[in-house]
Design a binder for this molecule. Structure first.
Ligand code: GLU
Length: 300
């Protein structure tokens, strides 16, 4: 396999924010972006934006532009050119081929309906063929994976993988988030992931992929989720609003949920500078959820 993309500098902190452009940036994603940015900058690291638009049915280029504009308006600039996943299908195909050669993946013609008996999971290899329309799934792992998350503590994934074979390439030809995120984090030499706790459930499969590809996973941690008054995360599905660009009060409220008080700052730059000094992920430990405060309901 080509290693032309592999960089040599692996000691330096390299963090990233990797939004999927299925809508504009909302308050919850601003908080995640800030957490990854502050963690990187506190350690004099690089922070990189990556657009995760592998799902061509849900992502739109106009949202990518809007997200980057909003991040820029909050002075959150990528230290390297933004990587856009939809431009790297050949790379994902290359790694999928490697997994095919190693017989670690199998074709699957199962339908969503046929999997309802397993709650939508796909417990083991099926006898599908490549003749009919098929996805590619990773074989289930017998291993137990662990992740020492500096905010959530030790995460142990026991049953997550035994009964599920994740899709790496869909029937419609799009690569899955799981394959693309692991390949890109590896190729971009990302050393630290700081992301929302809603992604904990994806971590086991990612650790499995790192394992089969023979790569070392980055240091992974998850910040507590901000929840709306109904107890749901702020998301596009829950009709989250787009945040206003370059709006200092919004930034200060986002920092508040990261346990940072920069309220005396008079500009976005000043707030960010203070926030880098004050960032302490330990303050987020033992917080299960961050319920949205009544004064911030207009933001979500
Ligand atoms: N693209 C994913 C999302 O927007 C985030 C991926 C990650 O941080 O691992 O939910």
């Amino acid at each position: 396999m080509s290693n032309s993309h592999v960089k040599t500098d692996t000691k330096h902190y390299r963090g990233r924010f990797a939004p999927s452009p299925t809508g504009p940036l909302h308050f919850g994603s601003l908080v995640s972006a800030l957490a990854s940015y502050l963690d990187a900058k506190k350690q004099q690291g690089s922070w990189i934006i990556r657009i995760e638009d592998v799902d061509g049915t849900r992502c739109k280029p106009s949202f990518s532009e809007q997200i980057i504009d909003t991040l820029t308006s909050y002075q959150l600039h990528s230290d390297e050119p933004v990587r856009t996943q939809s431009q790297h299908s050949e790379t994902y195909e290359e790694y999928l081929s490697e997994l095919k050669r190693q017989k670690l993946v199998f074709p699957c013609n199962c339908t969503r309906q046929s999997l309802t008996q397993f709650n939508g999971n796909h417990p083991s290899e099926c006898s599908s063929t490549v003749e009919a329309s098929h996805s590619w799934r990773l074989k289930a792992s017998p291993n137990i994976y662990q992740c020492r998350d500096k905010i959530q503590g030790l995460l142990t994934f026991t049953d997550d993988l035994k009964n599920n074979c994740p899709v790496l390439k869909r029937k419609d030809g799009y690569f899955s988030y799981q394959l693309a995120v692991v390949v890109d984090d590896h190729l971009q030499n990302i050393s630290h992931l700081v992301r929302g706790a809603d992604l904990i459930e994806t971590t086991a499969q990612q650790l499995h992929l790192y394992d089969v590809l023979g790569w070392t996973p980055p240091d992974i941690c998850h910040i507590p989720l901000i929840i709306n008054p109904s107890g749901d995360k702020i998301s596009k599905q829950n009709h989250a609003k787009a945040i206003e660009n370059a709006h200092l009060p919004t930034l200060l409220r986002a920092l508040h949920y990261l346990q940072i008080n920069a309220d005396n700052a008079s500009s976005i730059i000043e707030a960010l500078t203070q926030a880098i000094n004050m960032w302490n992920p330990n303050k987020l430990k033992d917080i299960k959820y961050l319920p949205i405060e009544s004064q911030d309901r207009h933001l979500i």
